[in-house]
Structures are given as C-alpha cells and as structure tokens.
Ligand binder design. Sequence first.
Ligand code: ATP
Ligand code: MG
Length: 429
Amino acid sequence: MSKSLQAIRGMNDILPEQTPLWRYFEGTVARLLDNYGYKQIRMPIVEFTELFKRSIGEVTDIVEKEMYTFEDRNGDSLTLRPEGTAACVRAVLEHGLTGAGQPQKLWYIGPMFRHERPQKGRYRQFHQIGLEVFNIDGPDIDAELIVLTWRLWGLLGIRDAVKLELNSLGTSESRGRYKVALVEYLSAHLDKLDEDSQRRLKTNPLRVLDTKNADTQAVLLNAPKMADYLDDESRIHFEGLKARLDAAGIPFVINTKLVRGLDYYSKTVFEWVTDKLGAQGTVCAGGRYDGLVEQMGGKPTTGVGFAMGIERLILLLETLERVPEEISRQVDVYLCAFGEAAELAALALSEKVRDQLPNLRLQVNAGAGSFKSQFKKADKSGALYALILGDDELAQQVIGFKPLRGQGEQQNIAFDALAAHLATCVVQG
Ligand code: ATP
Ligand code: MG
C-alpha cells in the first residue's frame, strides 16, 4: 500500500470495536471528576513552541528530542502539545482564572504528541486525562488527587494491579543544595557512569537518578538522598501527605529515585505503576509545581496535578480482562422489515416508538436482504429482541416480537402497543 494511505507510525486509529471500551473508560473518569467538583477545560492542541520550552525545560527528553515542531505560514514556530500542563497554565493565566488567588480544580482530555520509539504502551499520538489544581497549598489536595485515582482503580477493578510510588523533591532551594551534593558525589565516580548519565550530570543531574543502567544504579546506592536535604516546609508537607494516605488506607512506597522527566515539579511527585504491561508500566503520574505559574509570568500560584495515559489503562483493562461485557452491546432492539410497504411502515413506526422511548437503542434494518440474512445480522448485533415486519404483519397492523436470548416465544404486538411493550422489557439508560 502506498505510504500516504497508511497512518503515521505511532499514531493509531481507534476502531469501532475498540471505541466502546474507550467510551466506558472516559465516561467513568468524567463522572468521577464531576462528582469531586472538577471542571473540564479544553485547550487547542497546538501552541507556540516557546511555551513548552519555557515550562517543561530546555534540557528534558521532551523538549530535546520528542516535540513535533513546525513553522506555520506566518513563520511562527508552533508545536503539537506533548503534554497538557503548559497549555492549561497558559489558558488559566490568559483568562485570569486564578488572578485573585481563587482556587481552581480543572481537568482535560485529549491527544498528546511525542516523537518517541513506538512500542507497546508508547505511541507518537497518545491520549491523556489530566487534572490541575491551582491555589490550594496544603497536602490535603495532593491526597485528594491520589484518593480519587485510587477510587477510579476501584471502579475499574484494577486496584490489585497498580502500586503507588511517592517522593518529595523539596523546594527549588533545597533541591539546589541536593543537586550540588549529588553532582559532587557522582563526579567522584564519573568513570563508572554510563554515557547518558555523564551527559545528564552536566545538564540535568537529577535525571541520573532514573537511569536504567545497572552500573550507574550501583553507584547510586550510596549517593546522597533527597530526603536528607528536604527543607522543613517540604518535609512537613510530605509527612502530612503520608499521614492522610495512611488514614485513607491507601498503600504506597517511597521511591527516592522518583524525579519525573519534567523540570517544573517541586515537593510531591508520584506515579501509579503496574508490572502487567512490561516496560511501559507507569499509568498515571504527576506532582506539585508551585513555581511554574510564576515562572511563566503569573503571580505566585501553587499548582498540583497529574496525567494518566489512556492507552496504557485500556491495555491494562484488556490484560486483566476487566472489560465489562455489556459495554459492547449497543443495540437492544433490531427491526427487520421485508418488502417496500413494510419498510415504509417500519420507518414511521420506529420514529413513533422513539418519540415515546427516547433512550431506546433501536436499530432499523430495512431492505437489507433475505429474512435469513437479516435475522443473522440481528443476532450478531447483540440485540436482545428482534422485531419482524412483513406484508402479513402489516395487513394486521402488528409486528412480530422475537426474544433473541432465550427469553420466551415469538408473539405479535399491535403497532399501538409496541412502545408500551418494549418499555416493559428493555432497561433504558
Ligand atoms: P514514560 O516514563 O513512560 O515515558 P513520562 O514520564 O514521559 O512517561 P508523563 O509525561 O508523566 O510520562 O505522562 C503521563 C502519562 O502519560 C504516563 O504515565 C503514561 O501513562 C502516559 N504517556 C506518556 N508518554 C506516552 C506515550 N508516548 N505513549 C503512551 N502513553 C504515554
Ligand atoms: Mg517519556
């Protein structure tokens, strides 16, 4: 097939058989966030390149090598968003949503773009649901973000498969002091570090902590720990968060090497990880970014948020076989009509039924082949009932009503009584 007729590598179609699971997942999250009082915001998927450089940081994997950047017709450098926080902060500032120090609890959903090596759980266009909270300082809100994700895992039936990892990165001052100590220690062991870590030591030393290289990991065993450099404010915040998670009964582990790939985090960082998806095990990640809004030109405004990867969570639901059976059945009643007069009558009748039962999931299949082939389709659709309308039924102003899943015999129902009859046997959403 010619290349232009194929999707771009790492960018996937979500096919009709997959969309019920996506909608189930997205609907579950949206309802949960509504219930916690979060409001949805929708940002464009393209922003000025500068926005991402400024907020994410010049020496991060994303900005150094993963962004889809292009010049538009005006000569402006634009970038397909690699994540949502930068654009969300931009929108909040632009519209003064936190101007007077008022709290905001926001969420968004949509595609993100990163030029990475595509593999299971890692794509070039992927989808996130993200939350951002502004102007709420204490550990209560960090805890709320975590308890609501814990509740989500419960709703989805995947609690047993995910583990919470926590760390505190302190304020930028205490992180600065830690960086000096870390660089000093690592410089003394330079020859034992892998090449990438040697480079990171100069550009972004904290990132050495999440190396995958075994020799470097061995060196790190005796490296100074951030926990010993935490300022009082960050330490008290972190203790407060841990106490709240304990009180809520949410298990967690402290991972002192958790630093996250973006520059803007401070104090709390966390990840929900699973060992069921191979190397791409982080399904949800985030943390506090108290300095970001100011760094982007706003008034001092605290922030905390996270993003979850929808593809990875969908993969996890499939892997653990936690896909509810009923979500793929989108039809309750399937109407088969035979012959021109019956087809005409079927359209009028079905519209009348819809007037009375607006939520009825009724698929009309008129003029689509023999009785046998239509009936096969009715069965394949997953519908609970078939309605059959031919010349004989039309003459008597009745319609054949046939249960497809073994709930009784076929019977004729008068046109006028059809809606009332369906109302008794189909649960309507
Ligand atoms: P990773 O370490 O896996 O690259 P990350 O730290 O770059 O993740 P974040 O920027 O924190 O990821 O994004 C939050 C979540 O979005 C991740 O935990 C993951 O679930 C998802 N995600 C990130 N990048 C991708 C991708 N390329 N494809 C699919 N999902 C992704
Ligand atoms: Mg990444």
